[in-house]
Design a protein around this ligand. Structure first.
Ligand SMILES: CC(C)(COP(=O)(O)OP(=O)(O)OC[C@H]1O[C@@H](n2cnc3c(N)ncnc32)[C@H](O)[C@@H]1OP(=O)(O)O)[C@@H](O)C(=O)NCCC(=O)NCCS
Length: 203
């Protein structure tokens, strides 16, 4: 089931996208575990065990991947990942996005992908691929927003994307975003703590 921005009350504190670090491993794993079977298969290209999802979260955050999370009411509801493809020339990376069912169709996946591509630019990466099942209409539409060239081979589709140019303004924006993420996370945590003290919060 999906929910749209006008069919469900928004979270108490507006959601934010921030860079994740090693201490987010449990939250990242919990997000992956909340994906339904179809979304899980779409994200990982087939059946994946719960243990494998835990390992993926740990490895991604401990290794060199850039992982961005959409956080609402303190819970990760969407994640965008950028994994370097070592040895590629010019340098390339693979991106992946996952958004929980109740949060899809609100532009979160597209926002995460935009941030992932900017992060790639900042790392000097010019080519990004996104691999999904050919039947994955949502991901194909999302990739289309970024002028992806789609290569369809049987049941698998690879979207080839070129990252935005590394203009001084874009690089500055990425640097500022990374700093802002930390501040925004603190403000969000404080706001949730404050709201939890209000007597009529549940009313
Ligand atoms: C693919 C995915 C990340 C999209 O996330 P999202 O937050 O819904 O993305 P957006 O809201 O930005 O929407 C992207 C496109 O999908 C469409 N879409 C989203 N939910 C939809 C739904 N329930 N039905 C039909 N279309 C839908 C949107 O309309 C949009 O296309 P448009 O802008 O041309 O109209 C999400 O569906 C998901 O997590 N799927 C499972 C994991 C996966 O497949 N990952 C991709 C492989 S890495």
């Amino acid at each position: 089931m999906t929910r749209s921005s006008n069919s469900t009350a928004p979270g108490l504190v507006p959601g934010l996208i921030r860079r994740l670090g090693p201490r987010d491993a449990d939250g990242f794993a919990a997000h992956l575990l909340r994906l339904d079977a179809e979304a899980r298969a779409s994200r990982f290209g087939g059946l994946v065990s719960d243990a494998a999802l835990h390992d993926h979260a740990l490895l991604a955050l401990a290794g060199g991947a850039v992982v961005l999370g959409y956080v609402e009411d303190g819970v990760l509801r969407g994640v965008g990942e950028l994994h370097d493809q070592p040895g590629s020339s010019p340098s390339a990376a693979e991106a992946a996005v996952s958004v929980e069912a109740g949060w899809q169709g609100r532009g979160i996946g597209s926002k995460l992908m935009r941030r992932v591509l900017s992060a790639a630019t900042a790392r000097g990466i010019r080519r990004v691929v996104v691999v999904c099942q050919s039947s994955n209409r949502m991901m194909r539409r999302l990739a289309g927003h970024f002028d992806a060239r789609l290569e369809i081979v049987g049941t698998e589709t690879t979207g080839h994307l070129t990252t935005p140019a590394a203009t001084p303004l874009r690089l500055l924006r990425v640097a500022v975003s990374d700093g802002f993420d930390l501040a925004a996370e603190n403000v969000e945590r404080q706001a949730r703590l404050f709201l939890a003290t209000l007597p009529d919060r549940a009313a």
